[in-house]
Ligand binder design. Structure first.
Ligand code: 3PG
Length: 213
């Protein structure tokens, strides 16, 4: 069962800003300036996806940036949970949920934002104590219309839609009562990272941090 500590922690993390950047970082040297730009732009909660060989080191580096609340994304297995906790991740995000993954998070008290893409998936997670869920893949699963529909029977669930969210549709998501924040990769474009254009990323973060207010 998900603990009250983990439940409170993931809710608080999701309340830090309207957008959680979804980060794919290939170069460890980018970790600190990237985290700094995002924090300076007003986005302190960061999801570092485990999609590059550098990801665990990136998490460790970003965790040293004051104000950054660094989590791991694309977490799929119990081994991933142990590795990201050792690297210093404060929360984890998964595209879906398995019993093994949930048990691993509960064993080590790792706050988890688990993915769900249907009412049944949300209900299974709710039964186990998870009431803040990632709707993934948000746009493909049904987007704003789907979330409105889920809000009727499942008003106690808060969602972080992720996957296809962009600056144009983000305001519509964030207007919904059952949306706590949204995830998106657009605030950290690969070309800006490669060019070391941290000012551009800070500006994108600043714009994103104002969405919905
Ligand atoms: C992902 O899987 O990379 C996330 O869902 C982010 O999706 P996005 O690139 O559409 O923001």
């Amino acid at each position: 069962m998900n603990s009250q500590f983990s439940r409170d922690a993931i809710r608080k993390t999701c309340q830090l800003a309207p957008i959680v950047p979804v980060l794919v970082v290939h170069d460890v040297a980018h970790a600190r300036p990237l985290a700094q730009a995002l924090v300076d732009g007003g986005l302190p909660a960061l999801e570092v996806t485990l999609r590059t060989p550098a990801a665990l080191e990136v998490i460790a580096e970003m965790a040293a940036v004051p104000g950054a609340v660094v989590g791991a994304g694309t977490v799929l297995t119990a081994e991933d949970i142990r590795a990201v906790q050792a690297a210093g991740a404060q929360f984890a995000v998964s595209p879906g949920a398995t019993d093994a993954l949930l048990t691993a998070c509960e064993t080590v008290q790792m706050p988890l934002l688990p993915g769900a893409a249907s009412a049944s998936e949300a209900m299974v997670l709710l039964e186990r104590g998870y009431d803040v869920l990632k709707l993934f893949p948000a746009e493909a699963a049904g987007g704003v219309t789907m979330l409105k529909s889920l809000g009727g029977p499942l008003p106690q669930v808060s969602f972080c839609p992720t996957g296809g969210v962009n600056p144009t549709n983000a305001p519509d998501y964030l207007k919904l009562d059952n949306v706590i924040c949204a995830g998106g990769s657009w605030v950290a474009p690969q070309d800006a990272m490669e060019a070391g254009d941290w000012k551009r990323i800070e500006k994108l973060a600043c714009d994103a941090s104002g969405i919905g207010s």
